[in-house]
Each structure stands twice: as structure tokens, then as C-alpha cells.
Design a protein around this ligand. Structure first.
Ligand code: F6P
Length: 374
């Protein structure tokens, strides 16, 4: 009698609503439907490198509605991990843990960075699938990522509530929403919440254009405005150098070049910190309306997942268990309409899905009169 297949599960990158629903989905399907054994590894790829594991069989009940991840997560990379103060390639340790536990497959729940790390481990000989997780919704070749729907609900509810103080005090309320390099969450919540201005990284903004839109609203009798701004939104002066730094990072032909270009990019991102406060002050000066800032931050990643995310995470997890049964590896389980599709990790790793300038959401925002900063 062949021994039951054994699969490992880890969660990596930023936490998001739906991670536990996905762990439950793939775990229950693997154990109950396919007769497999399931073990979890703590804190992303670090737990794998350090062989910190936990049997999941009895831990899958009661986690569907839990936020965060019962396994813990990290942004550690297998090939460049800080160990004892040194940056080390922990791939051999990871392969050793995989073999020690006689794993037949490893499931990595994460975003584009996780897909990149997973692909490296595929090339080291491991059987791997990934599930698409991120509140940013910026993974290519999947219709959806779990975490996004819940964050969209949270950010939209926040915008709804911020309208109260905006019109009561005749103020500009600037609300910063997560999304360093992709504006899906800000654009979606801005439209759903009826923001008057929506600023996303993909469309550089001019403070004067925004101020003129606000002044136009005042002339029309609305002496308040809601400005939804993505963490990574930039003005036109910043956008050029940033795009150039991103291009240098993409063009890097050696790991050293990639690290140097990444550091330059990081320095520019650090310089953008505080942009939201600066923009609010600029708009107050340009329009004469008081402005106030609310930064939603990690609230958007917290708490119980929405029904939509629970459903998405469960069905992606079950599809993942089916792929393992069929011996399909080296893929991301992509959401495709009502179904799923295995997409080769080579097509996903390290790629991001920015908001296209002619996307239907962008056109809808413009057509209802929303200012997009340009
Ligand atoms: O990638 C998801 C995300 O929440 C981004 O929207 C945000 O900019 C980033 O993670 C924050 O990263 P960290 O959790 O490491 O601070």
C-alpha cells in the first residue's frame, strides 16, 4: 500500500484576510478528500529553513473566520536570509527539511515575491504550487487574489465614514490606502466609497489639478472633498525618477546590480514617505479648506475575511489539492471566472499587474466626474 502523500504549507509575505481560510481549504481537501497528510511551517520560508513545523490535521477547524495566519509569516527569502548576522543562501537547508519530512509537495501562500521565491525552490528540485494572496490584487494572470475583497470592504467602509466629518467641518479629508506599486485597492475603494479624488501610483498627479477640482466642487456648492490616495501615489516630478529606477532594477543583469538598483528604489520610496501629509498641506494652502489625514494602514489587512474571500480562498485551496493529486507542480493556482487554472510560476514570479490607464474602473471613475490627479 503506497504511503499517503505528504504536503507542506507555508504563508509568506504580508499577512492578509483569507490566509487561514486558504490553509483550511487546501488542508481539509488534502486530508479529507485525498487522504493526504499535511504539515505547516512557521513564519514563511524561515520556518522551512529552520525546520519549525506543526501537524495541521487537528488544527484546521475554527480557522475559516480568523484573520492573519495561524502559521505566522515573514518576508524572508530562501536565497538571501539573515542568519546569525550574515546573509546566507538557505536553499540547501530548505531542501533538507523538505526531504526530512518526506514531502511530496509544498504549498506557498503569497504574492509576487513569494512566487519568485517558490520558483527558485522549483529550480532546486522541489514540487511546489502557490496560491495567490495579496490585498493589492496586483498578481498577474489571475482574476483575483484573496485578501483584496476584504480590504476593499474595509477601505470602502472607512471612506463612507469619513464623509461625516468632511461635510460637517467643510474639510478636505485625505485618506491613505495601501498599495505601494499598484492602485487597485485605492481605485476600487475610491469608486465604491464615492471619493471625489482618487490618486494611484499608475497616474502621477499634480496638486494644482487636484486643487482646481476641489475648488470646482466648492463653486458647485460642495465645500468638502474626499481624496483617496494610494501609499505609492506620486506627483509628476517624482514619477520620472522612480520609473527610471524601476527600469534599472528590471534591467539588472547580476544579483549585485539588482541589490544596488533595489536600494536606489527603496531610497526613493523612503523619500515618498510623508507624501500624504505634504499633499494635504498643499491642498489646504491651494484651496483655503482645512485638510485632515487618515492613514488606514494595517486595519485593511485585519480581522475576519469577507464571505467573498472565504469562498475564493476555499476554492483555490481545493483546486490546489487536486493539482497535487494529479502531480501538477511549478504553478500558481489562478482564479479564472468561476473556476481555476494552473499558471506556470515563470509567468508570475516577480511580475506585478498595474492598473492600465484605460481600465474600465479608470474610465468609470472619470465618467462619474472623479478627479484622478492628472
Ligand atoms: O503587499 C501588501 C501590503 O499590505 C502593501 O499594500 C503594503 O504597502 C505592504 O504590504 C506593507 O508591507 P509590511 O507589512 O511589510 O509593512
Amino acid at each position: 500500500m503506497a504511503r499517503p502523500r505528504r504536503i507542506g504549507i507555508l504563508t509568506a509575505g504580508g499577512d492578509s484576510p483569507g490566509l487561514n481560510a486558504a490553509i483550511r481549504g487546501i488542508g481539509k481537501a488534502a486530508i479529507g478528500h485525498h487522504g493526504m497528510q499535511v504539515i505547516g511551517f512557521r513564519d514563511g520560508f524561515r520556518g522551512l529553513a529552520e525546520d519549525r513545523s506543526v501537524r495541521l490535521d487537528a488544527r484546521l477547524s475554527g480557522i475559516l473566520t480568523l484573520g492573519g495566519t495561524i502559521l505566522g509569516t515573514s518576508r524572508d527569502k530562501p536565497h538571501r536570509m539573515l542568519v546569525g548576522g550574515e546573509i546566507m543562501d538557505m536553499t540547501p537547508s530548505i531542501v533538507g527539511t523538505y526531504e526530512k519530512h518526506h514531502l511530496d509537495a509544498l504549498v506557498c501562500l503569497g504574492g509576487d515575491g513569494t512566487a519568485k521565491n517558490a520558483l527558485r525552490l522549483v529550480r532546486a528540485g522541489l514540487n511546489i504550487i502557490t496560491l495567490p494572496k495579496t490585498i493589492d490584487n496586483d498578481l498577474v494572470l489571475t482574476d483575483a487574489t484573496f485578501g483584496f475583497a476584504t480590504a476593499l470592504d474595509i477601505a470602502t467602509d472607512a471612506i463612507d465614514r469619513l464623509h461625516s466629518t468632511a461635510h460637517s467641518h467643510h474639510r478636505i479629508i485625505v485618506v491613505e490606502i495601501m498599495g505601494h506599486r499598484a492602485g487597485w485597492l485605492t481605485l476600487g475603494a475610491g469608486i465604491a466609497g464615492g471619493a471625489d479624488v482618487i490618486l494611484i501610483p499608475e497616474i502621477p498627479y499634480s496638486a494644482e489639478s487636484i486643487a482646481e477640482a476641489i475648488r470646482r466642487r466648492v463653486r458647485g456648492g460642495s465645500n468638502f472633498s474626499i481624496v483617496a490616495v494610494a501609499e505609492g501615489a506620486m506627483n509628476t516630478e517624482e514619477a520620472g525618477p522612480y520609473a527610471a529606477a524601476e527600469a534599472r532594477k528590471r534591467a539588472a543583469s547580476t544579483p549585485e546590480e539588482a541589490v544596488t538598483a533595489g536600494q536606489a528604489l527603496g531610497a526613493l520610496e523612503a523619500a515618498h514617505a510623508g507624501n500624504t501629509m505634504r499633499l494635504a498641506a498643499q491642498l489646504e494652502a491651494l484651496t483655503g479648506l482645512e485638510s485632515r489625514v487618515t492613514i488606514l494602514g494595517y486595519v485593511q489587512r485585519g480581522g475576519t475575511p469577507s464571505a467573498a474571500d472565504r469562498l475564493l480562498a476555499t476554492r483555490l485551496g481545493c483546486a490546489g489539492a487536486d493539482l497535487i493529486r494529479d502531480g501538477v507542480f511549478g504553478v500558481m493556482v489562478a482564479a479564472r471566472g468561476e473556476g481555476t487554472e494552473p499558471v506556470p510560476l515563470e509567468l508570475v514570479a516577480g511580475k506585478r499587474k498595474p492598473v492600465p490607464p484605460d481600465h474600465s474602473w479608470v474610465l468609470a471613475a472619470r465618467h462619474v466626474g472623479t478627479c484622478l490627479g492628472d
